[in-house]
Design a protein around this ligand. Structure first.
Ligand code: AP5
Length: 217
């Protein structure tokens, strides 16, 4: 089963990808996490990518596509995966389709996650990430038991550098300009299913699982 989670920053793609990954036993592939890992390791790709991420801009297609291709070719992806944050442009979607076609595969479903600008800004400005294990929290909606400390590994919780208010607005602008074309592309292909993500996390997971079940996935 090959699933794409598409939607604006803060719609909850990473959160839901984590939940569905456990339920369906599929690897969660986040282009943002892969890029941030490259940044942290100080690779040449990471150094190039960081300049774009910090400004809230998209990293050039060539860089992201290579990272995702390498990841999809790993053994744990043979029976499927959940893509979170990729593709982000029409060019990326076309490369992905071509690559999967070459492997006699295809994307089965695209879950289009929508949320209001107000919810998005609240979610992103309150998000905290564990510096140790990468667990995702929110100061109000998903708080840790001890302020600023991860429940799972005791690591320090940090704010992502691109979750500053001005960068959030830039990311939303970039999403509108560059990513919304994808909605039309996948709708035309007949595999887009839209889900409102204004609800709580558990209710959204249930909706996504229901949609997958109705699509016999
Ligand atoms: P990326 O890491 O992909 O960020 P994004 O798409 O902007 O999405 P986010 O991770 O910010 O949000 P999300 O939808 O996953 O929400 P989450 O579940 O965390 O990309 C970062 C950057 O990398 C890009 O700007 C770009 O520079 C680069 N990049 C990445 N992919 C690229 C690509 N393909 N091409 C080019 N460049 C690329 O939830 C957010 C918060 O809300 C959390 O705190 C969570 O706990 C909380 N929350 C989630 N759901 C709910 C809910 N239902 N109710 C209340 N709170 C909730």
């Amino acid at each position: 089963m090959r699933i794409v989670l598409l939607g604006p920053p803060g719609a909850g793609k990473g959160t839901q990808a984590g939940m569905i990954s456990k339920k369906k036993n599929l690897p969660h592939i986040s282009s943002g996490n892969l890029l941030r890992e490259a940044v942290e390791s100080g690779t040449s790709v990471g150094v190039k990518a960081n300049g774009y991420i910090e400004k809230g801009l998209l990293v050039p297609d060539l860089i992201v596509v290579d990272i995702i291709k390498d990841r999809i070719l790993k053994n744990d992806c043979t029976s499927g995966f959940i893509l979170d944050g990729f593709p982000r442009t029409l060019a990326q979607a076309r490369v992905l389709d071509e690559m999967l076609l070459g492997l006699n595969n295809k994307i089965d479903i695209v879950i289009y996650m929508t949320a209001s600008k107000e919810s998005i800004v609240k979610r992103l400005s309150g998000r905290r990430i564990c510096s140790g294990c990468g667990a995702n929290y929110h100061v109000s909606y998903v708080p840790s038991l001890r302020n600023g400390i991860c429940d799972k590994c005791g690591g320090k919780l940090n704010q992502r550098s691109d979750d500053k208010p001005e960068t959030i607005l830039e990311r939303l602008r970039v999403y509108r300009d560059q990513t919304e074309d994808l909605v039309r592309y996948y709708r035309k292909n007949g595999i887009l299913k839209e889900i409102s993500c204004e609800n709580n996390i558990e209710a959204i997971t249930k909706n996504i699982l229901d949609v997958l079940c109705r699509s016999s996935l």
